[in-house]
Write a protein that binds this ligand. Structure first.
Ligand code: DC
Length: 233
């Protein structure tokens, strides 16, 4: 076997994708690829360059002139994934409220998607990856050995975001987050290009009443059945 299988993890905002993808990748010693971070990075650059988020031609040009890669810092149980754009670490900057508010619009631009999908495919070329996003099982890696679609109720996803922000010292009313999540769901599911939808051969996991480790264990089990092998210790 080569470097391992490809695992595609899709689902709406707040379904727990990134936490779970990271945990699964760690078990197998696979690379975790956060495709949402790539759309966020382009959004950050567009905002900095004052490019309107609906200016398709300038955004398409922008993405062609941008490099994005991932870097791990530290080892052991908690390696940190850093997002590097044009040589600069933007891991924190891409999580700002302004980026979050504008990323759906930027990620709806066909030229942006085309370039990032190409880059994502090249990152997964050798296998041994866990990639999370909205269109991984349907568009980016249609031949992935394992496809998972994670969901959770809007109330639960809003609560998770609220706790996440609170841990960072940011207090946002729960209702506001609920509204934000509904809006993003609506936008991501209804855009013309590569909307969020479950691949026919994806396994649906509702995480509303499951803990992170329960979901991780379930996916690990499914991956083992598809030929993944634990990272040697
Ligand atoms: O997962 P996230 O919140 O970081 O994603 C940010 C946005 O990027 C989200 O609103 C939808 C978009 N996205 C996408 O269109 N396709 C992907 N593969 C990943 C994210």
């Amino acid at each position: 076997m080569g470097k391992g299988i490809s695992i595609a993890l899709d689902g709406p905002a707040g379904s727990g994708k990134s936490t779970i993808a990271r945990a699964v990748a760690l078990k197998f010693g696979y690379q975790y690829i956060d495709t949402g971070a790539m759309y966020r990075a382009i959004t950050l650059k567009a905002l900095k360059n004052k490019i309107p988020v609906d200016d398709e031609s300038r955004l398409t040009e922008l993405v062609a002139n941008t490099t994005i890669n991932f870097k791990y810092i530290g080892t052991g149980d908690q390696p940190q994934l850093r997002v590097i754009m044009d040589g600069v670490d933007v891991s924190e900057a891409i999580r700002s409220l302004e980026v979050t508010d504008n990323v759906s619009a930027v990620s709806a631009v066909a030229g942006v998607r085309e370039a990032l999908v190409k880059l994502q495919r090249s990152m997964a070329e050798e296998g041994g990856v866990v990639m999370d996003g909205r269109d991984i099982g349907t568009v980016v890696l249609p031949n992935a050995e394992l496809k998972i679609f994670l969901t959770a109720s809007v109330a639960e996803r809003s609560k998770r975001r609220w706790l996440e922000l609170k841990a960072k010292g940011v207090e946002v009313p729960l209702e506001e987050l609920e509204q934000q999540i509904r809006k993003r769901d609506q936008f991501d599911s209804n855009r013309a290009v590569d909307p969020l939808r479950q691949a026919e051969d994806a396994i649906l996991l509702d995480t509303t009443d499951l803990s992170i480790s329960e979901v991780t264990d379930r996916i690990v089990e499914l991956a083992l059945a598809k030929g993944a092998e634990f990272k040697p210790t």
